[in-house]
Design a protein around this ligand. Structure first.
Ligand SMILES: [Zn+2]
Length: 452
């Protein structure tokens, strides 16, 4: 027997050591269990994270697919590579057979259009206009064989220009503003007079029918014909205002000062920062005016009739406006060519069409014919054709100075920074409840924001 066995103190020491060892062992086991538990917890949390991220990825992937299909439809839809239905752009099948019949009673004639315009109480007319409305003013359209794009090829021998489109590219303009400066000279407001079609739109405005005019044109003929700026959305901008292109500066230049430089073929420069200045035309590589995005949803939702004038309906996002109206809203295409199948216009689809009318021909002839039809059906005998003709004669005789009109508008804007030239800054255009309706007295319209 060892001394320790007989020594109670030593024995107690041994016992306590053993107990301590045992406690340590238990603690280690607990620690191990705890670690495992912690890892399980961590693993569970990581698994939840993965689930969430996967869900996000799936949503993003779905969205990307939708965007891609929509882009393909817009790019290739014209060539028929993908049908609008495949791209999910057709939403006409939400009406019953009876509701479809009620839209036009399957009458796709010019008289049907006239009846809507004169017999319904001040219908809200929303117009989409392209270069075709200005052709008779002498302004070439963009895409016809002798149109602007074709003619701009004259400039392609200029150094660095690889395509006519570059004249309207912001990147190219920053590198070399001379070609645009030359081109701007013969595009200046005032070189051209409004056409019969502009005056038709002005007459619709005067008589309280024009709800909004969306125009792709930069020629300012809408302004020159007297259509108020708050009734227009100039989707691709115009010459109505001029600003420094430096985003930190954006200083306005007054039109007469800008014109002086243009006349001298000297690219105008900002007097504050020395950067180039350019008219508020939307160049390739620039975004469309805020107003275009802000107003379209409500405008087309409220439209009682959409009239599409002189456009190839090939340029997105402008062409997509035609798809924003409600399924019970008639759409009238006035154009030399039958276009719009790419975005779901139905006038060529005899089986399914119930709401789309195609009036073939140049815009001036067709609106003149439409005015005659309106005279025939107007119980109030307001004399549409006569009025249109007298407006046209006035323009011809007076030869109104379009340049002066645009200059004056810019001056007005300076007086009131929230004025009509920058409608996106106006409270009224942001607030649909303050949007003007035409149900009330023409001279004293009252706000209404529900569809009839
Ligand atoms: Zn500047």
């Amino acid at each position: 027997m060892s001394a320790a066995a007989t020594d109670p103190c030593a024995q107690a020491q041994i016992d306590s050591h053993q107990t301590l060892d045992s406690v340590r062992e238990t603690l280690a086991k607990c620690q191990a269990i705890l670690n495992t538990d912690h890892k399980v917890h961590e693993a569970r949390r990581a698994s939840q994270d993965i689930d969430e991220q996967w869900k996000k990825f799936q949503d993003a992937f779905d969205q990307m697919n939708k965007n891609m299909i929509s882009q393909i439809a817009q790019t290739f839809g014209n060539e028929g590579l993908i049908s609008p239905a495949q791209a999910g752009l057709v939403l006409n099948d939400t009406l019953s057979a009876e509701e479809k019949k009620a839209v036009l009673n399957y009458d796709f004639s010019i008289d049907a259009v006239a009846k809507i315009l004169v017999t319904k109480t001040k219908p809200r007319v929303v117009v989409m206009a392209g270069a075709g409305i200005s052709v008779s003013a002498g302004i070439p359209d963009f895409r016809s064989p002798d149109g602007l794009y074709a003619r701009l090829k004259e400039y392609t021998d200029m150094p660095e220009i690889s395509s006519p489109e570059e004249l309207f590219s912001i990147d190219y303009f920053k590198r070399n503003p001379i070609p645009f400066t030359l081109r701007a000279k013969d595009m200046l407001p005032g070189n051209f007079q409004p056409t019969m079609t502009h005056l038709f739109l002005k007459l619709l405005d005067e008589r309280g029918l024009l709800y909004r005019l969306y125009s792709q044109n930069i020629d300012t003929l809408e302004t020159q014909s007297g259509i108020p700026h708050d009734k227009t959305v100039l989707a691709h901008g115009s010459f109505h205002d001029v600003h420094c292109i430096n985003p930190e500066c954006k200083k306005r230049m007054m039109l007469p000062e800008w014109r002086k430089s243009i006349d001298e073929t000297t690219p105008p420069k900002c007097t504050d920062c020395g950067s180039l200045v350019k008219p508020d035309i939307v160049f390739f590589g620039e975004s469309l005016p805020d107003r275009f995005a802000q107003l379209q949803k409500a405008d087309f939702a409220l439209a009682d009739i959409v009239i599409i004038l002189g456009t190839s309906l090939k340029v997105a996002p402008f062409n997509m406006l035609a798809t924003k109206s409600t399924p019970d809203c008639p759409r009238v295409l006035i154009n030399r060519d039958s276009v719009g199948e790419n975005i779901g216009l139905l006038h060529n689809d005899k089986e399914n069409n119930y709401r789309d009318i195609f009036l073939e021909g140049n815009c001036d002839d067709q609106v003149t014919a439409l005015m005659k039809a309106m005279d025939k059906h107007d119980k109030e005998k307001r004399g549409w054709s006569k009025k249109l003709q007298s407006m046209h004669d006035d323009i011809k005789n007076k030869k109104t100075d379009g340049w002066a009109a645009v200059v004056q508008q810019q001056r007005d804007l300076v007086v009131s920074e929230s004025g009509p030239l920058e409608p996106t800054k106006r409270k009224s255009s942001k607030d649909p409840s303050r949007r003007v309706s035409f149900d009330a007295n023409e001279n004293n319209p009252s706000p209404v924001n529900t569809k009839k």
